[in-house]
Design a protein around this ligand. Structure first.
Ligand SMILES: [Zn+2]
Ligand SMILES: [Zn+2]
Length: 257
């Protein structure tokens, strides 16, 4: 099971800053931020499943464009898996014929380009031999993280966007064989109040959160705000030095047995 970082920035700007998207093998995306738009047409057409953490634009904006670009090249619908509230938001605010066509009814209601499949927190979705468990998160809108588990049982955990969330750590601690944890730190400490209001993490909050992690695990930081990424990582490495966190980087790959 190969997980590739297509985008991991908290915003856009030039070739290195792309918003959140992870590619799992060649047929699954976890989030579809601007990073997913870098895939070639051929690679986009191979995506059969998109798992969304939440409906914020930086995590979904490539999805409508991908469907439009490769829908006609595919022989089956692409399935979007997400919490019911996320699906509702996409139907109401994106695929509504105002912002974008409703590809869950195009080219026909019987054979559309897009199918929605609701997920509940704690549910494990099996796609082939790979398993995806929706983990609790606490964000400004309904959101989840994912535990992605390989056929042999190795797991990569992705927090999605979240503020402090004890239930997330309870769920992570129950996962066997976590080989890496990708967690957001969207703001530097100076923007602590903004992090609280927007339900994101700043480095001091991250350090408090990591104290709830029971098993030593390599930590990778995502969703750093453009312009403050260097400062935020310095603060992360100071506040959470025991965990030696590293910044997630575009193109980085995780290979799970
Ligand atoms: Zn968000
Ligand atoms: Zn975000």
């Amino acid at each position: 099971m190969k997980i590739t970082v297509l985008g991991c920035a908290g915003g856009v700007g030039g070739p290195l800053l792309r918003t959140t998207s992870l590619r799992v093998d060649d047929d699954i995306l976890v989030d579809a931020g601007t990073g997913a738009a870098d895939l070639s047409l051929e690679d986009m057409a191979k995506i059969d499943h998109v798992l969304l953490t939440h409906a914020h634009l930086d995590h979904i904006c490539a999805l409508p464009l991908i469907l439009d670009s490769v829908g006609a090249m595919r022989t089956q619908a692409l399935t979007v898996h997400a919490l019911p509230e996320v699906i509702q938001a996409l139907r109401q605010h994106i695929f509504n014929h105002h912002i974008w066509p409703d590809f869950s009814r195009i080219p026909s209601a019987a054979a559309p380009y897009l199918v929605f499949s609701p997920l509940t927190l704690g549910q494990t979705l099996s796609l082939g031999q790979r398993r995806f468990t929706a983990l609790p998160a606490d964000h400004a809108v309904p959101a989840c993280g994912y535990a992605m588990t390989s056929p042999s049982g190795q797991t990569l955990v992705f927090s999605g966007d979240t503020g402090p969330c004890p239930a997330f750590w309870q769920a992570v601690n129950q996962q066997p064989q976590v080989v890496a944890l990708i967690i957001e730190t969207a703001f530097p400490n100076a923007e602590h109040q903004l992090a609280l209001a927007a339900k994101h993490l700043c480095p001091l909050q991250l350090a408090g959160e990591l104290q709830q992690l029971r098993h030593p695990t390599p930590i990778y930081i995502t969703h750093l705000k453009p312009g403050a990424a260097g400062l935020t990582m310095q603060e992360v490495q100071q506040a959470a030095s025991a965990h030696a966190p590293q910044a997630l980087s575009p193109g980085q790959q995780f290979l799970l047995d």
